[in-house]
Design a binder for this molecule. Structure first.
Ligand code: GLA
Length: 389
């Protein structure tokens, strides 16, 4: 959507006049490093060229009015800066109000209302972080409209704060960071323990990144996510009785295996094993990619899926079917689930000449086994959240 189209949509709902700010905030896909970001490990996500578009204008009163082009039937959803509490009935607007609330919590009080039009082309509930895209985009909107001077990296932290404390999902920093800090044609190699990061060009000569959406209804994903996080925290506390560490991400595979008996329950041992091995795998995978070894990178993507399936147990039959069917395709360099899991999406690197066969075969076999269709997207890596010019 262009800036002009966006402004027209805004004016059709909220009327003309005043200064209108326009922002684009991408979705993200994580190439490798899953469920490591709340364990002090590394992640390797990139921003996509699909995302959420915002047009916004300040109001004279205290009303905050949202209109989503994706949920037109919901009409204008009205909130107020004098009553910012989470309100389950008001659906998506909680991600937006959460940011108003978060700015206030951090001493940057939003002292007037706003009219906001938004529209996104990230598939709904796909695990490509439409919620973080909305949070970071809203953070940018507030920043510009109210003249706060928060850099994108800090907007990412505000987004995570809002998700944790307003929306009640105990997520790590990966999604908001990838969205706020993304760079065209690059993935971000981020150390979540220190927030040090480096851009690594994704040079895929003759290959494409394909995202496969399971279309599974998400259900209990948030509560299971929080449960995994608690399991890792308990395992860490048990390891800390014998090791001087702050996070699972500090351990090598060998250090972990030498001390695994400190973790008293076999399920927690598996969870922690995934966190440790996945972090090490991510560091190795990025090294391989930097040295031009895309095939090696792909093999580690496959290994990541296996670990998420067997040790972390967050895949499920839908994501497993996609990964296993993808691995059978000649020309599929690597494939794995991406994001939190429990449905959502998988990501694959596929050679150009194999993309059509990949979509056809994986698609057909998915329907046969699961009973409904998956969606396929050949995606591009884009820039992070910014003003739409
Ligand atoms: C979700 C969370 C992230 C991260 C991933 C799993 O996307 O929001 O912080 O934990 O799951 O890697």
């Amino acid at each position: 959507m262009t800036k002009n189209e966006l402004i027209q949509k805004f004016e059709a709902v909220f009327g003309e006049g005043g200064e209108i700010v326009t922002v684009f905030s991408p979705g993200r896909v994580n190439m490798i490093g899953e469920h490591t970001d709340y364990n002090g490990g590394h992640v390797f996500p990139c921003a996509l060229t699909i995302g959420t578009y915002f047009a916004a204008r300040k109001r004279e009163d205290t009303k905050v009015r949202f209109f989503s082009g994706n949920f037109e039937k919901a009409g204008v959803v009205e909130r107020d800066i004098t009553a910012m509490e989470f309100d389950r009935e008001k659906g998506f607007s909680n991600y937006l109000m959460g940011m108003v609330w978060t700015y206030a919590q951090k001493g940057m009080v939003v002292d007037a209302g706003m009219d906001i039009y938004l529209w996104g082309n990230i598939p709904n509930a796909s695990g490509l972080s439409s919620s973080a895209s909305i949070e970071v985009g809203m953070g940018k909107v507030i920043n510009v409209l109210f003249g706060f001077d928060v850099c994108n990296k800090d907007i990412a932290l505000l987004g995570q704060y809002s998700e944790n404390n307003y929306n009640g999902v105990n997520c790590g920093i990966m999604d908001q960071f990838a969205i706020a800090m993304g760079k065209k044609d690059n993935a971000i190699f981020l150390d979540t323990a220190t927030l040090e990061y480096e851009y690594a060009p994704i040079v895929l000569d003759g290959m494409k990144i394909v995202i496969i959406c399971t279309n599974k209804k998400r259900g209990l994903a948030d509560s299971k996510y929080n449960e995994r996080r608690t399991e890792c925290e308990t395992a860490l506390a048990e390891l800390q009785k014998v090791l001087d560490i702050k996070a699972l991400g500090e351990l090598t595979e060998a250090e972990f295996e030498a001390n695994v008996d400190a973790i008293k329950c076999p399920v927690r041992q598996k969870r922690a094993r995934h966190a440790v091995y996945e972090n090490q795998r991510t560091v190795k995978a990025v090294d391989m990619l930097k040295s031009g070894d895309v095939e090696g990178f792909g093999k580690l993507m496959n290994a990541s899926h296996v670990s998420l399936r067997d040790d972390y147990e967050v895949t499920g039959i839908e994501l497993d079917t996609i990964a296993e069917e993808a691995w059978k395709i000649e020309g599929c360099v690597g494939a794995r689930m991406t994001g939190a899991g429990f449905g959502g999406c998988a990501v694959a690197i596929v050679k150009d000449e194999a993309v059509d066969a990949f979509i056809k075969n994986v698609g057909e076999n998915y329907v046969k086994k699961i009973g409904y269709a998956a969606d396929f997207y050949v995606v591009e890596i884009g820039d992070g959240t910014g003003i739409l010019e």
